[in-house]
Design a protein. Structure first.
Length: 328
């Protein structure tokens, strides 16, 4: 294990080579040789970046765990290596940073200097679009994100660098993007998310952003939410939104946040052009409803179905029983 970390540290060093500015692509030759090296494209584009725990989980449950009843007993489900594992982070640092540096060049800021993120310039190389597509697939996979951890820290810097390049940024936007940015808040993810022009994002990403903005609830997030809520196709976008739950996480965890959508749909229908103060009040109202999930059943029944709805009802009933007993 020590030898592995030594090798990965040396490989990682090459992705951190400094650059004075973005005027000249000083290290293009290095990355050109790297991509031409046998085995490197396969490593960068095809490697399974999930932790050993997630790989073991998928071997035992090929269809995923999201449909398993809570009564299922298996040591794997309680194994910390599934949910928190440094081996995934160590192994993914080199490929992820190399993919990022294959897209942009220039100085690489540290996560401690968030004001400097977004200073890279686009690389116009044969492997730029392939790198963006691969990064999108990494970001969209919740199990991969959980495995990679801090090795995703430079993603917000990439987003900020691409925010003025709509065509390239759209290649990065996909399912799980907004959720990933919230997970990376400590390294500028939230700021990167708020820097995006929501009108240029695909419809499903806009709805995912809306679900994220309600939890941020800062003035800038409310303003961004207003841009989404006043979009001409907002009601159609919400109705068509059908995210695929991650098969490697409990179903309720993947679905319960969707209950907000019928609630906000009713609000939009009653006030099609809300201002920031009105949206703020809606979010405050939802926060109160969310704290008493049995009150949100009317909304859950409009968007959840099958096992997801059953689990939501069960969880709401159990929580209400707990609150009633505590009060008694």
């Amino acid at each position: 294990e020590e030898a592995m970390h030594s090798v990965m540290a040396e490989m990682q060093f090459y992705t951190r080579i400094g650059a004075k500015g973005v005027e000249n692509d000083e290290h293009l030759g290095y990355y050109t040789k790297l991509w031409a090296t046998p085995g490197i494209p396969q490593l960068l584009l095809c490697s399974d970046l999930r932790s050993i725990g997630f790989r073991n989980l998928s071997a035992h449950y090929p269809a995923g765990i999201h449909t398993l009843p809570d009564s299922t007993v298996n040591p794997l489900l309680d194994d910390a290596s599934v949910w928190e594992s440094v081996n995934g982070q160590a192994l993914s640092m080199f490929p992820i940073n190399t993919l990022i540096r294959s897209v942009i060049h220039g100085p690489i800021p540290s996560s401690a200097k968030l004001q400097d993120i977004g200073t890279g310039a686009l690389r116009t190389a044969p492997w730029t679009q392939a790198s963006l597509t691969r990064l999108r697939s990494i970001i969209s996979d919740k199990a991969v994100r959980a495995s990679c951890g801090y090795s995703l820290s430079a993603i917000p810097a990439l987003v900020r660098s691409l925010k003025e390049m709509n065509e390239e940024l759209r290649l990065l936007l996909g399912p799980g993007f907004a959720e990933a940015m919230i997970e990376l808040t400590k390294v500028g993810g939230e700021d990167a998310l708020l820097s995006i022009d929501v009108s240029s994002a695909p419809a499903d990403v806009r709805i995912e952003m809306l679900l994220s903005f309600k939890s941020i609830a800062t003035p800038s997030a409310i303003t961004a939410a207003r841009s989404i809520l006043t979009h001409p196709s907002i009601l159609e976008d919400i109705a068509a939104y059908a995210p695929t739950p991650s098969p490697w996480f409990p179903l309720l965890t993947s679905c319960e946040h969707l209950v907000f959508l019928p609630f906000i749909t009713d609000k939009i229908k009653s006030a099609p052009a809300p201002d920031n103060s009105q949206i703020t009040e809606w979010i405050k109202e939802w926060t109160k409803v969310e704290q008493e999930p049995w009150e949100a059943l009317q909304y859950a029944e409009r968007i959840l179905e099958g096992t997801a709805l059953e689990e939501y009802k069960r969880a709401a009933e159990e929580f209400k029983a707990y609150v009633d007993n505590k009060g008694g």
